[in-house]
Design a protein. Sequence first.
Length: 63
Amino acid sequence: MVEQALDLLGSEDRDAFESALNSSQFPSAQLVAALATDAAVRDAGKVPSVDTMTKYRKRRGIL
């Protein structure tokens, strides 16, 4: 679900979001809230849950 949401972001937004995603400085809830503000992600129903975001980040070794 996280990757599907990222695919919907514009290139500039995606770069900025991936930077935040790869930083342990930002909590997963804040990242989910940021995705929810993007109309394309929200309208497609691809906003992940906080739990999904956290699991995704743990699998990637960020958290």
